[in-house]
Design a protein around this ligand. Structure first.
Ligand code: GLP
Length: 241
């Protein structure tokens, strides 16, 4: 496990974007596993800047996202589909038909999950998976207790995640209670993993996840077992180690 210490959020974003860019340059037809949340926004902005300068080409890239809310239409500005278009896909030359997210509007969970696992398998496997880190150690939407071997699955979001999301919706009723997420088993099969973490409020979980015992109670702790993980974190997030 390699830890890259960045001064602040901007440097973290640049360093993470560097790693993604290197992957795209070394293998133009690579498969990138992508994440949402506030942490990777700066990373995507940096990639867009380099693309605009002519230094990056997404034309052969395939992307698979970690997760999507169940029951939220793609047009809803809180859907991860909307987020990805807004922060990256609409700003670079990635082919829309090569960008994949779980189908949040498929009501049949088994069908949605099976389809997404097939899509991921069909890409030939993820070369580089980008991950954020939830306050309780979740990765994607794999909440504490999630099985380490799972493929794509439908999860009931925890009360704390629902509450954390509430600010983005008009009322509590509108906040999705379930999501489809790539499972930990799928995440662990990515050839390389890149975790971005920022802020003092993540310091405790960084310590637990990467320096504590490996346990399903802290889903990200499983990453200690992966052979090629890079963590790019700012000083605040690393303040307890
Ligand atoms: C959400 C996403 C995760 C993300 C996490 C942390 O629950 N499903 O993929 O990593 O939040 O978000 P943030 O980066 O905003 O702290």
């Amino acid at each position: 496990m390699r830890i890259i210490r960045a001064k602040d959020y901007d440097e973290m974003s640049r360093r993470a974007a560097n790693i993604l860019a290197a992957q795209m340059i070394m293998k133009p037809n690579c498969v990138l596993g992508l994440a949402t949340g506030s942490t990777p926004i700066g990373t995507y902005a940096q990639l867009v800047e380099w693309y605009n300068r002519g230094d990056l080409d997404f034309s052969e890239v395939t992307t698979v996202n970690l997760d999507e809310y169940k029951g939220l239409p793609r047009e809803n500005d809180q859907s991860y589909y909307y987020f990805m278009n807004d922060n990256l896909f609409h700003k670079v030359n990635v082919r829309p038909e090569r960008t994949f997210l779980p189908n949040g509007m498929e009501p049949d969970s088994d069908k949605a999950c099976k389809e997404y696992d097939q899509i991921i398998a069909g890409t030939g496997g993820v070369d580089l998976q980008l991950l954020g880190l939830g306050h309780n150690g979740h990765i994607g939407f794999n909440e504490p207790g999630a099985a380490f071997e799972a493929g794509t699955n439908c999860v009931d979001l925890t009360e704390s995640t629902i509450k954390a999301n509430q600010r983005f919706f008009a009322s509590m009723d509108e906040v999705p209670k379930q999501a489809y997420t790539m499972g930990i088993g799928t995440i662990m099969r990515a050839k390389k993993i890149l975790v971005v973490v920022s802020g003092e409020d993540k310091a405790e979980i960084v310590k637990k996840a990467f320096f504590g015992p490996i346990t399903p109670q802290v889903p990200a702790s499983v990453l200690q077992l992966h052979g090629d993980v890079t963590i790019v974190a700012d000083e605040a997030a690393l303040s307890l180690i």
